[in-house]
Design a protein around this ligand. Structure first.
Ligand code: TYC
Length: 103
C-alpha cells in the first residue's frame, strides 16, 4: 500500500507589527552670539516648553555646550531643525541644531 497523499502546503503566518519608529533627538548647540531670550522663545514656540522649562534647557546648553530640545520621529525632528535654523538666520543669529537618532 502506498502512503497517504501528503499535500504540500504553503502557510503564511501573519504578525501584527508593534514596533515603533526610531526616535530622533533635536539637539541645541551653544554659541557665543545667539541671545538667550531668542533661545527661550524657540524652545517655547517650536518645542512646546513652558517659560521655566525653556530657561532651564537654555542655561544647560549655555553651560554644557548642548542639550535636548525635544524628541520626535525623523521627519518632524528634521523639520524642526530646518525651521528653527531658518528663523535664527533670518534674525542674524548663528544658532545651530542637529537631529540624531536615539539608540
Ligand atoms: N551662549 C549664548 C549667550 O551667552 C546663549 C545661548 C544658549 C546660545 C543656548 C545658544 O543654544 C544656545 N548669549
Amino acid at each position: 500500500m502506498t502512503r497517504p497523499d501528503t499535500a504540500s502546503r504553503t502557510q503564511t503566518l501573519e504578525r501584527t507589527r508593534t514596533e515603533r519608529p526610531r526616535l530622533w533627538r533635536v539637539l541645541l548647540l551653544n554659541d557665543d552670539y545667539t541671545p538667550m531670550e531668542f533661545v527661550v522663545e524657540v524652545l517655547m514656540g517650536h518645542f512646546h516648553k513652558s517659560e521655566a522649562e525653556a530657561q532651564v534647557i537654555m542655561l544647560a546648553v549655555h553651560h554644557k555646550g548642548q542639550g535636548v530640545a525635544g524628541v520626535y520621529t525623523r521627519d518632524i525632528a528634521e523639520t524642526k531643525v530646518a525651521q528653527v535654523t531658518a528663523e535664527a538666520r533670518a534674525g542674524g543669529f548663528p544658532l545651530r541644531l542637529v537631529a540624531e537618532p536615539e539608540d
